[in-house]
Design a protein around this ligand. Sequence first.
Ligand code: WQD
Length: 335
Amino acid sequence: MKILVNGGAGFIGSHTTVELFNAGHTPIIIDDFSNSQKWIIDRIEQITNKRPKVYEGNCTDINFMDDVFEKEKDLEGVIHFTAFKAVGESIEKPIPYYKNNINSLLVLIEVMQKYGVENIVFSSSATVYGDPDTNPLTEKSPRKQATNPYGNTKLIAEDILKDTVISRAKIKTIPLRYFNPIGAHESHLIGELPNGVPSNLVPYITQTAAGIRKELTIFGNDYDTPDGTCIRDFIHVVDLAKAHIATLEYLQNQTSPFFDVFNVGTGKGTSVMELINTFEKVNNTKVKYKIGPRRPGDVKACWADTKKVQNVMGWKAQKTISDAMKDAWEWQKTL
Ligand code: WQD
C-alpha cells in the first residue's frame, strides 16, 4: 500500500516508516521538520535501504496538502502523527496546540474526501482516559475531561473522526490510544529527539546517565502504589510502530464508513522506580536521582487492557522494558 505518513520524521513516525518498508508498503512522508530532523530520513534509508519520498510542509496548509494528494494519486491510507505534544507547553500556549493539532486533522479529512482516500490511522493517547478509576483500561473505560489543552486536542480529534463517520462520509478510521512509547530502533540509528529539557521520563533518564542533566527528579513517591511511584504502561516504540501496520491492514478489509478505537500498550504496568532500576541493571550504569514533589496533572496509575487489539488485529507487544531501556541508552550514546 502507498501510505502517507504525516509527521514521518518524528519519534513514532520514523519507526513506523521503517516498519512500513519492512512490511512491503510504500511510505511517503510529510513533515515540516519543526520538531524533527532531516537526517532522520537518511537514517531510515540506512536501516531499510529504501528512501522515503518526503514532502516538506505543514499539514494545516490546505494548498500544500491538496498539492501532495494531487501528486500522489493512488494513496491508500494516511497515518496522521502530526501534532504538538508537550503537555506543559500546551497549558502556556493553548492556541497553537488547538490550531496545529485540530486544523491539521480537519484539513486532512477535507483533502482525503476530495481525493477519495478512505483509510486514516490517528495518533490518540491514553490521556483520553484521564485519571482512571480502575486499571487496566479497556476501550470501554470512560473518557474523562482533559486536564490540559494537549489532552483535549486528542479528545476533540477522536470526536471529529467519529462525527465524520456518523455523517456517513466515506472514511474508515481508527484512533490508536498509545500508552507510554519509549525505546529506540534496535539499529540505534533512530530514536527520540526531545526538544530542550525533556519532560518525559525516559529521555530524562538517558540524558542524566549521559551527564547532560545533573539529576533526575522522581515526581512523588507517596502514591498509593507498591513502591509509591506512579505506574505506566511503557511500550517499545518498535512494537507501537508495528501496531500501525496491523491497523492499516485491518482497515483495508473494512467497509466504509468505519470507526473504532484501540488501546496500544503492553498490558503491563511498570512503576517509575522499577523502570529506573531496570535501566541501571541492564545497562550497568547509574542514574542520579532524587525524590521531589508530585507533578501536577499526573495520574497515579494507567495501564492498558490489550485484549481487543490482540483479538481483533492479532497484534501484541513483543519487546520488554529491558529491551527498551537498552535501546534507549544505546541511542542516547550516539547523540
Ligand atoms: C511518566 C512518569 C511522571 C519525568 C505524557 C502525556 C501523554 C503522552 C506521553 C505524548 C510519570 C514520571 C517523568 C521526570 C518523573 N504524550 N516522571 N520524572 O505523563 O505518563 O504521559 O507523555 O506525547 O499523553 O501525558 O509520561 O514520561 O512525562 O511521565 O518522575 O523527570 O514518570 O511523574 O509518573 P506521562 P511522562
